[in-house]
Design a protein around this ligand. Structure first.
Ligand SMILES: C[S@@+](CC[C@H](N)C(=O)[O-])C[C@H]1O[C@@H](n2cnc3c(N)ncnc32)[C@H](O)[C@@H]1O
Length: 235
């Protein structure tokens, strides 16, 4: 998995959050957080695992909503950023960052209520094995996102240095069936892919986003969204 090495570089970890400072980056960050919260709320007193938590963007937010959260990532450098963020959070005691491999989770079966993984499946060599492992440690719910094959992302996807796997909707549906997961909801978004948002000038980001949501929410254009947010339950 190319992404494993990519995110262990000091400069990649240090610059990861800075990418979210642009207006386009903030819009993406907000939409992703909204998708996660919508899927997992209410979280109070629930045990949640975030796989490939990176710099803890979601981990800290979930702890602040009252959950007990573990953020796991293979990159010590990304986790370092997360730990610094958690020190500034009032919920530090319900937050733990752990180094580990998503392929061999260091937890017993059914240990968490909910398991989430954002921006991870595009890095996975064997998504079925990862999903099975997530399912093993979850009692109720699994939430993740995928980047879509039939979208504008495919134009530049091949050039991304960390590697990036694109999925069709039917491929994910088959994965869910193979791992005994029931689809609760899937939301498709971003006709204009993340990479493009991050590079457009700040002044244009909001108008383009408004256009994107207006056009992208229609039944025909929905198929070309670059991201899908999946909310699933154990059967
Ligand atoms: C694109 S970043 C996403 C980080 C975070 N989920 C977010 O959305 O901000 C991908 C993360 O996956 C982590 N990763 C890659 N392979 C992994 C593995 N086998 N086990 C755990 N984490 C892994 C990387 O270290 C990196 O932090």
């Amino acid at each position: 998995m190319k992404g494993q090495e990519w995110y262990q570089a000091d400069d990649v970890a240090e610059e990861y959050d800075d990418k979210r400072f642009s207006r386009g980056g903030q819009l993406i960050d907000r939409r992703e957080k909204e998708a996660v919260l919508e899927a997992i709320t209410p979280v109070e007193d629930r045990k949640i695992l975030e796989i490939a938590c990176g710099t803890g963007r979601f981990t800290v937010m979930i702890a602040e909503q009252g959950a007990d959260v573990v953020g796991l990532d293979i990159s010590a450098q990304m986790l370092q950023q997360g730990r610094s963020k958690s020190k500034r959070s009032e919920q530090a005691e319900s937050l733990e960052f752990l180094r580990g491999d998503a392929g061999r989770l260091p937890f017993p079966d059914d240990h968490f209520d909910t398991v989430i993984a954002m921006r991870f499946f595009h890095l996975a060599d064997d998504p079925e094995a990862f999903l099975r492992e997530m399912r093993r440690v979850s009692r109720e719910q699994i939430v993740f996102d995928t980047f879509n094959r039939f979208s504008a992302r495919s134009v530049y996807n091949w050039a991304l240095p960390m590697g990036s796997r694109l999925y069709s909707k039917s491929e994910v549906t088959t994965l869910l069936a193979k791992t005994d997961l029931t689809l609760v909801d899937v939301e498709d978004d971003f006709l204009v892919p993340y990479g493009a948002y991050r590079s457009i000038p700040n002044a244009l980001a909001s108008p383009i986003r408004s256009l994107d949501t207006a056009i992208g929410g229609r039944p025909i254009t929905d198929h070309f969204a670059s991201v899908s947010y999946w909310n699933t339950r154990l059967r």
